[in-house]
Design a protein around this ligand. Structure first.
Ligand SMILES: [Zn+2]
Length: 363
């Protein structure tokens, strides 16, 4: 009895896995909650399995703040309490199937390996369906998915949510139009990300319309709050961001569309790399024709930093030095010979993954 330790989290209206996990990690044998608090099924199971007492004698206005608060209470408090019931609606079931189908696409296209990559969908104002940690995207089933609130607390689902969910949540908090995020590690786009380069623009129309300007966010350790926040300067004006030394993240109005953007970017990067091997300069779409593409993009309601003339005033459409993105051209050709400059060729060969070299050799 002398080892009993009580932790009070009665200021929480919803007691989720993350809350009880942190309390137990802090040594709690009894957790005091408000009598009207909603306890998620996974949190209940977690406590039952460990014989932790759930004491409902607390009061919501208790002075002790929850130890799990991770963001300024002001923004979190403005949101409604998360609703676990949104996880089992017909819409949620359809979204879960779509996430599993997209997971298979990512794996089949070699955009993810091992347990890499993650997918999410914002189904309510404070509810996001997401993929679990440590499951291959090829093997995903609807039962593997979970529901989290915008602070990352798991409120439904039995498998622990991905540790990279905070990256997605930062995007949902910053961009109201973002309904789905797909994070993956496609090799050719990631090759750009590991060299700190973004692909040049105005080479292929589809890329300009659906993706366009790509930003690159600085490296941070995956799963940390710092990592999640690296994308914030870019996500309002870019639907696709390269994550330095890591991979990419795309957001869209649906899970399927977010995965499309990953495909469009990856194929574009791959095509540019192949073109760089041909020894001839890449030809660019003219500025006038480029304006037509941007007009199409605007009509589709897709974001592009080039719509923001105040941020683009010193830049031309095809210019690479856009505020908010570290932009360097990939392996430019030698102006006189049309062949790649020696140093650039060397850098390119070093950065291109073996898969690309295999493909080129096979042709
Ligand atoms: Zn990742």
């Amino acid at each position: 009895m002398s080892n009993e330790k009580s932790i009070d989290i009665s200021s929480r209206k919803v007691v989720a896995m993350r809350d009880v996990h942190e309390a137990v990690a802090a040594g709690a044998t009894r957790i005091v909650i408000d009598e009207n608090a909603v306890v998620t099924p996974s949190a209940k199971d977690f406590l039952q399995q460990r014989n932790i007492v759930l004491d409902k004698s607390g009061k919501a206005n208790a002075a002790t703040p929850p130890s799990t608060t991770v963001v300024a209470a002001s923004s979190a408090q403005r949101r409604p309490a998360p609703n676990p019931r949104l996880f089992t609606t017909p819409e949620a079931e359809a979204i879960k199937k779509e996430i599993c189908a997209v997971g298979k696409k990512l794996w089949l296209r070699q955009f993810v390996d091992g347990n890499g990559g993650n997918i999410s969908y914002r189904i309510g104002p404070n509810e996001v369906i997401c993929t679990p940690t440590l499951v291959s995207k090829y093997d995903l089933t609807p039962e593997d998915l979970s529901l989290v609130d915008l602070e990352g607390n798991q409120i439904a689902g039995t498998k622990p949510r991905t540790s990279e969910i905070f990256l997605h949540l930062e995007i949902y908090k910053a961009v109201p139009e973002a309904k789905s995020c797909v994070h993956c590690h496609p090799p050719h786009a990631t090759a750009y990300a590991i060299t700190g380069r973004v692909p040049p623009n105005m080479v292929i129309p589809e890329f300009e319309v659906f993706v366009g300007k790509v930003a690159i966010s600085p490296y941070e350790t995956p799963g940390t709050a710092e990592f999640a926040q690296t994308v914030l300067p870019y996500v309002k004006t870019h639907n696709t961001v390269l994550l330095a030394n890591h991979g990419i993240i795309c957001w869209a109005d649906s899970v399927t569309h977010a995965e499309w953007y990953a495909e469009v970017l990856e194929t574009y990067c791959w095509t540019l790399m192949l073109a760089s091997q041909l020894g001839a300069p890449i030809s660019y779409i003219s500025e006038q024709k480029g304006s037509d593409l941007l007009a199409i993009k605007k009509k589709l309601g897709l974001p592009d930093i080039r719509f923001d003339t105040s941020r683009m005033k010193e830049c031309q459409l095809s210019d690479l030095k856009v505020p908010g993105s570290i932009a360097l051209t990939p392996g430019p050709c030698d102006g006189n010979t049309g062949r790649p400059a020696e140093t650039d060729l060397e850098m390119l060969v070093k950065s291109v993954p073996d898969a690309v070299m295999e493909t080129i050799r096979a042709k």
